[in-house]
Design a binder for this molecule. Sequence first.
Ligand code: SF4
Length: 337
Amino acid sequence: MLSNVKTKPVDVRTKTRADRILDVRNLRVSYQTGGGQVRAVNDVSFFLRPSERLGLVGESGSGKTTMALSLMRLLQSPAVIEGGQVLLDGVDLLSLSEEEMRRARLADIALIPQGAMNSLNPMLKVGEQLRDAVTAHMDSGGKTSREARIFDVLESVELSRNVVNAYPHELSGGMKQRVCIAMGILLKPKVIIADEPTSALDVVVQRQVMETLGRVQSELGASIILVGHDMGLMAQFVDRVGVMYGGKLVEVSPVREIFKDPLHPYTQLLIGSLPTLESKENFKGISGMTPSLLTPPTGCMFHPRCPQVLPHCQVEIPPLVEIKPDRWVACHLYNGS
Ligand code: SF4
């Protein structure tokens, strides 16, 4: 059960399986715009196993960041969570009060946001920012144990204790990102969501930061959702990959299998467009435009761009189904319809 939240009895219908720390069911999120309603996350279901690393990939506008923010209930108006469940260790986060959810953030589920380096307050020293976060959540233990925890997390992300006296502008990009990771793991959450955590860093620092993130996640025994579009990074870091397209999950598979034998036609094109030494100077893109979420295509969202489109793809929405162990795909080529 969540460590800091007074839980209500969980209905047997919402009880998660023991092998799932996070179980997202039929999540729907929309934005009300001047042009009408935009369904940014469209009936998405997936799960995360204890200690697992799951990558969520997709083009800009595929819904992956909206998904990350909605799991934390950090979406701002005009975004609205329309329905579904986000079961964390058996508790539906969407049913918690604002106060209960505030306590669950950091303590049970933490976000390392996109552009995390710029999410630090430039006016406050790092130590004050870490103290604010820990004081807001740790009721017990007193000042000494709070300070000890701050020094522990700084050490675990390979930063010196002196960093507490620095302002963010006095730190390098990699050090700022490590502070953000430290903030994310401060209260030992069960699930860490990292949204493009290294996008602004050069490749050497990126690698070091990802190694740190991976190590602290393993030490905590936490699960992680890595949101991004860098398939190379996914290949090195995650256990399974979920591919999003037009607000929907279209494939979820173990990382090795998705690179060796991608199932969904979009995943096939995505993998096929990755540069190799052999394909030098011969870039392969995916033809066509990403779908408008204001006026989405009927049936399968990918049908206007799909080289394997079937007649009924324009009419019927393919459900995400497990076609063989641990391989989930939403495509009429596989569901026998
Ligand atoms: Fe292509 Fe049809 Fe599969 Fe969609 S459902 S990806 S259009 S084959």
